[in-house]
Write a protein that binds this ligand. Structure first.
Ligand code: SAM
Length: 226
């Protein structure tokens, strides 16, 4: 089976899960389009279309595909959205978001800003995004994403792909547009966390718990200590 066939099989499996993780046509299209095998290390290429997290170096992981799909669905990403991702890792999730907010030939393209604390991952993600043609729709920044990225705020959508402490970093809430959505895992540093969807309504925030999850920790000023 070639990579495209493996990708189709993975997407079909995700669509047919008992617990809905992949239902929206536009998210299905993005998952079919973005080549996950380019974003994983060469020696892990053959496992790229297994629904599992994989090591990407610097002690970090690329999340399991069902988690990427779920987060994209809950964020309700739309063409034209300005998105902030905290935790670039390989750049794969940022590419998925770009496929949703800035599909090719769109007349009203959005943009994805993604921030990562490990310099070597920033370098690799830039290479991966260039190789797959997303480099003009995704800006990769080196820094502490627990501070958000005020330079481009406010954002329509913010996703955090590392586990925050229970207290959600205040800058992330603040950098949402009115009506904006934040998707963030929060809880303990080493064990399980919960995935939350937080919607901003004026000065109010509506928080909904989605499910239990397990992410690497968010390290930074408003995250955990390293
Ligand atoms: N979204 C990534 C992908 O598609 O490959 C996977 C992200 S991985 C689960 C979490 C990432 O968050 C790691 O690369 C880690 O270095 C990064 N991270 C942790 N704390 C951070 C912080 N304060 N600012 C930016 N990145 C951070």
């Amino acid at each position: 089976m070639n990579f495209e066939e493996k990708r189709k099989k993975l997407v079909n499996n995700l669509k047919n899960r008992d617990y809905p993780v992949l239902t929206k046509p536009e998210v299905i299209r993005a998952m079919l389009k973005v080549p996950r095998h380019v974003f994983v290390p060469k020696d892990a290429e053959s496992s790229a279309y297994i629904d599992s997290p994989l090591s990407i170096g610097s002690g970090q992981t690329i999340s399991a595909p069902h988690m990427n799909a779920m987060m994209c669905e809950y964020l309700k990403l739309e063409v034209g959205d300005k998105v902030l991702e905290v935790g670039t890792g390989s750049g794969y999730h940022a590419a998925l978001c770009a496929e949703l907010v800035a599909p090719k030939n769109s007349t009203n393209p959005g943009h994805v800003y993604t921030i990562e604390r490990h310099e070597d991952l920033v370098k690799k993600a830039k290479v991966n995004l260039k190789e797959t043609g997303y480099d003009n729709r995704v800006t990769v920044i080196l820094g502490d994403g627990s501070l958000g990225y005020p330079e481009e705020a406010p954002y329509d959508k913010i996703l955090v792909t590392a586990a925050s402490p229970k207290k959600i970093p205040p800058p992330l809430r603040k950098q949402l547009k009115d009506g904006g959505i934040l998707c963030i895992p929060a809880g303990s540093k080493g064990f399980g966390q919960d995935l939350y969807i937080i919607k901003k309504h004026g000065e109010d925030y509506n928080t909904k718990r989605i499910t239990g999850v397990r992410f690497v920790p968010l390290i930074g000023k408003y995250g955990f200590e390293s």
